[in-house]
Design a protein around this ligand. Sequence first.
Ligand SMILES: Nc1ncnc2c1ncn2[C@@H]1O[C@H](COP(=O)(O)OP(=O)(O)O)[C@@H](O)[C@H]1O
Ligand SMILES: [Mg+2]
Length: 377
Amino acid sequence: MTQESAYPWREEGATPFISIRNITKRFGNFTAVDDISLDIYKGELFGLLGGSGCGKTTLLRMLAGFESPTSGSIIIDGADMTQVPPYERPVNMMFQSYALFPHMSVEKNIAYGLKRDGVARDEVKERVADMLAMVELSDFGKRKPRQLSGGQRQRVALARALVKRPKVLLLDEPLAALDKRLREQTQFELMNIQDRTGVTFVVVTHDQEEAMTLSTRIAVMDAGRFMQIGEPAEIYENPATKYIANFIGSANLLPVTIGGKSNAVYEVLHEPSQTGFTVSSDKALKSGEEFTLALRPEKILIDKSPLTDYENQITGIVREIAYLGKLSTYRVETPLGITLEVTAPNQVRPKGTGHRIEWDDEVYLGWNADSAILLKD
Ligand SMILES: Nc1ncnc2c1ncn2[C@@H]1O[C@H](COP(=O)(O)OP(=O)(O)O)[C@@H](O)[C@H]1O
Ligand SMILES: [Mg+2]
């Protein structure tokens, strides 16, 4: 067996498994999906992320064949699927509601599609048993869906979708019905199962943390278009726009004007306060050009003593603190006329000592030139 790259999208000329080409979907004169193109590679767990109504389900339904595109084409594993009906596509879809048959046992729910396709009895039995083992429900085959927990029902739905051995599994908000704790646990199970089967997953979610946890890559969608496509860390560390910087995590934003440059570090000026900062960028930026400096709250160090080791340092007054247990978020009023959000891990257990940062404390903030980025839009 040849070793396939774990990151085919990073490689020049790698062959995509799913190719979405200039797909548009209109309902009447409303455009739900607006001329988008995307390549997804074999074995990916690809995340489609965006707010409600941005076109995620519509795109998934076009991949499944339940909806036909107004224009554009969809190629899966080298074959043009645009006009192929759902049941002839090597694709299966797992619905948000799971849609399990309530009167059938878990086994029968999983076996249903195979029986309908006329698969021989012994083979059905074997494949159902394999699937139950895969989702760790071997002891639950005789139960009815209502005798299972939400997480177990989710796994039955997954087993039922995978038993037909699709090349692509489409999952529409697969964990939305689970509570937060169970959802986090199930995310890892989902990743595990995807890894063991090697099936290409396309997962729709509106939850950015879930998309970050699960996905090999993410497409951030808004109003029927892709705003950015990339690996989770790439999108987080290098958001293309202010919108994405705030949609994925949060960011402090301040308007700056480009000044001088030495090596790959620019001097920038925040004009309203006449404060200068340094920012690393490998782009060629012109002096006098206006940008937005974006700085993540966790990339700023906060301390009650003066900081010396940082390329950018300012002072401020703590105006609000949100204590979140493992970390705290501080809102710090600064001489920039802007309140900066700063998060810091609560590493030391404060025993009421003087080290702890309190409301109205004067603090020192520091960050390095490569901790901030410059955004145009
Ligand atoms: N069959 C349809 N007829 C008319 N409008 C639709 C239809 N399906 C979806 N839409 C509209 O298209 C937009 C995108 O919907 P959808 O893909 O379900 O969004 P998402 O899954 O991202 O929440 C929404 O504004 C929705 O109302
Ligand atoms: Mg939807």
